[in-house]
Design a protein around this ligand. Structure first.
Ligand code: ATP
Ligand code: 4MY
Ligand code: MG
Ligand code: MG
Length: 351
């Protein structure tokens, strides 16, 4: 209901805008005076979980967007997408093959609509091995730092073989065990810290086993919105010292400490740990991944190796992350949406 109401409203408003534009043009030609042009409306359809809608579509975003002529409209996933709209932009974060097919078909049939982002590009982030492959290929040594991926291996079956596989691969303990597939479920975020390789046999493949890198308990979340980047500090897991490693056995689940909205930006931290990564490095990393992944909306979790000023590791990349936790996200996001319209306008065929 709401959807239809808003679409009718858009058609009426567009008609009114066009009439006003015509009047302004004829007045202009009669008396030579320039009138400010009424703003065109931009319609952004969104298909998000209710959790995401709540955290992303905050009133401060909707209000600012409306002031800038941007209207958010909920997509009804039970109705054909082509019957809805017309949309200028579609934002989506839903799971499942069915939705992927719907959105892919819509993209093919509606090249005039900007779909954020293409499902095949998002898909790479749903697997903890493929998500980091582009980082492995980067060489950013010219940009004041080194960015790598912790050594890791994938275990797809037979948990009993893990101790031997780990030894064979020469992975150093402790290891972080992460579910291979990231499907948005709580289970896909259930991680374990394993102090010895034998305890890993109790875990359920498919898994990624990743070397734990001491980083002083601070993590950098690099949020990307198109060409814009913003980096925030978050609390993370503390270092594991040699003594602890010798003493402790077992694999222990740990909470989603770095996903909590509590920022480490105001905490009294050791500056050698908390210093933000160099801006040229962040910019280059974000730009490269933006292009290589073919995504506009994602964030990168990066840590600095403890005791090394310029050695960094990317440990996670997330699609359409919690932008609501980013200060000023409403300005960044609305400017981004307007820039999409602008570039579409610039690319239109000249008549
Ligand atoms: N290799 C590692 N070395 C050190 N700490 C790590 C490593 N991998 C993960 N961590 C810690 O565990 C946290 C969760 O790991 P990760 O970000 O991979 O999981 P996630 O479930 O994808 O998290 P998110 O909520 O960001 O999607 C990290 O934010 C960091 O605190
Ligand atoms: O919980 P928030 O909304 O803030 O956002 C989190 C988001 O959950 P949501 O998409 O369901 O909202 C997660 O997505 P899934 O991997 O589970 O799909 C993942 O992207 C986290 O990294 C985000 O936290 P952030 O990295 O920004 O701290
Ligand atoms: Mg993470
Ligand atoms: Mg993640």
């Amino acid at each position: 209901m709401r959807l239809n109401g808003e679409i009718c409203q858009k058609e009426e408003e567009d008609k009114r805008v066009s009439e006003l534009n015509n009047k302004a043009e004829s007045l202009h030609s009669m008396i030579g005076v320039e009138f400010p042009q009424p703003k065109q409306k931009m319609i952004v359809g969104y298909a998000l979980t209710s959790k995401k809608k709540k955290s992303f579509l905050q009133p401060k975003l909707e209000v600012l967007a409306r002031d800038k002529g941007i209207i958010f409209v909920a997509i009804d996933i039970d109705r054909p997408l082509s019957d809805q709209g017309p949309f200028d932009v579609v934002l989506h974060k839903l799971l499942g093959k069915e939705w992927c097919d719907v959105i892919e078909e819509y993209r093919q049939n509606h090249p005039e609509v900007t779909v954020l982002d293409p499902p095949h590009a998002i898909e790479r982030l749903h697997n903890r091995q493929s998500m980091l492959q582009d980082v492995e290929d980067l060489n950013l040594s010219e940009y004041h730092g080194k960015v790598g991926v912790p050594r890791q291996m994938v275990i797809t079956r037979d948990p009993l073989s893990i101790p031997e596989e780990v030894t064979k691969a020469g992975l150093k303990l402790p290891l972080v065990a992460k579910p291979l597939l990231v499907d948005g479920s709580a289970k896909s975020h259930e991680l374990f810290l394993a102090y010895d390789q034998y305890s890993l046999s109790e875990l359920e493949p498919p898994l990624v086993l990743q070397e734990f890198v001491n980083h002083g308990g601070v993590l950098f979340k690099i949020y990307i919105v198109g060409e814009t980047i913003k980096v925030l500090r978050r609390f993370s897991l503390p270092n594991v010292c040699k003594h602890e490693l010798e003493k402790v056995v077992g694999a222990y689940p740990f909470p989603r400490v770095s996903s909590a909205s509590a920022s480490a930006d105001d905490a009294d931290l050791d500056p050698t740990i908390a210093e933000l990564p160099p801006q040229p490095l962040l910019e280059r990393l974000a730009r490269e991944l933006h292009h290589r992944l073919g995504l506009q909306l994602f964030n990168i979790d990066m840590i600095r190796e403890h005791g090394a000023r310029d050695v960094f590791y990317v440990i996670d990349i997330n699609y359409f992350p919690g932008y609501g936790k980013m200060p000023d996200y409403e300005h960044i996001f609305t400017d981004f949406l307007l820039s999409l319209m602008q570039s579409k306008f610039n690319k239109r065929p000249v008549t």
